[in-house]
Write a protein that binds this ligand. Structure first.
Ligand SMILES: Nc1ncnc2c1ncn2[C@@H]1O[C@H](COP(=O)(O)OP(=O)(O)OP(=O)(O)O)[C@@H](O)[C@H]1O
Ligand SMILES: [Mg+2]
Length: 244
């Protein structure tokens, strides 16, 4: 479980996040939702220390981080090891085949043998029906395929928590559905996932809990069912604005 306490991220002229206390359970999927500019990416990136909060603290399982202190390089690396990250724009190594994209991290960072890394990569490709892509280069893949490979690449590192920042917002609806099916399957197998999404249908279908960030404040944390049936005015207004 990740426990965040009183997290604030202040820029010179504004607070992107103000005094956020929130938990992310292991084995569950949390959707972070909220208007554009509300602080969703800032919260997600704070977890793996891509963004450094200016106050507060967190624990990632048994690793404690105090944001008000300088964080030792060794601790930053230890925290990062717990996370896999998938960005909005696919970010595959363009000069490497799909298989090599999946084995590079495990071999170079996790010091896995080439044979073990390839075995693992092939198992992942098989599980997600993507074996025919193994020897292609990223430019030979559709956007949806690239994004699915990016998810498998994060999984190949065996992270405890998978972080995704709007993983489908650059895709058209059909490709988006392919990627969302992969995430649904991961959620069903109790992968610990935290996903920033604008897709309310996906959040409602797949997430176990919702974290609603509004103007840098935590406006809701609770079950998906409670969120979507809430009669709280701000939540109703947000959900109303997200549908048409
Ligand atoms: N380097 C920065 N300096 C100053 N303000 C910043 C910086 N980075 C982000 N912000 C501000 O912090 C706020 C939160 O940004 P964040 O990217 O977390 O929003 P978001 O909810 O992810 O938005 P979106 O849905 O558009 O991706 C925004 O008002 C943004 O302008
Ligand atoms: Mg964002």
């Amino acid at each position: 479980m990740i426990t965040v306490k009183n997290l604030t991220k202040a820029y010179r002229d504004k607070k992107a996040l103000n005094d956020i206390s929130v938990t992310f359970p292991a084995g569950k999927t949390t959707a972070i939702v909220g208007p554009s500019g509300s602080g969703k990416s800032t919260l997600l990136h704070s977890l793996n220390l891509l963004t450094r909060p200016t106050a507060g603290s967190m624990t990632v399982d048994d690793i404690a981080v105090d944001f008000s202190q300088e964080i030792a390089r060794s601790k930053v690396l230890e925290v990062r090891k717990q996370f896999g990250m998938v960005f909005q724009e696919k970010a595959l190594f363009t000069h490497l085949t799909v298989l090599k994209n999946l084995t590079e991290g495990p071999i170079k960072v996790r010091k896995m043998s080439k044979a073990a890394a390839e075995e693992k990569a092939n198992a992942l490709l098989q599980e997600f029906n993507m074996t025919e892509l193994a020897n292609r280069y990223p430019y030979q893949l559709s956007g949806g395929q690239q994004q699915r490979v990016a998810i498998l690449r994060a999984l190949a590192m065996d992270p405890k928590y998978l972080l995704l920042d709007e993983p489908t917002s650059a895709l058209d609806p059909e490709l988006e559905a392919q990627v969302l099916r992969v995430l649904k399957k991961l959620a069903e197998s109790e992968t610990s996932m935290i996903v920033v999404t604008h897709n309310m249908t996906f959040a409602q279908k797949v997430a176990d809990q919702i974290v609603f960030i509004d103007d840098g404040q935590l406006a809701f944390q609770g079950s998906t069912q409670d969120f979507f049936s809430s009669s709280e005015k701000r939540i109703e207004q947000f959900l109303g604005a997200m549908s048409f």
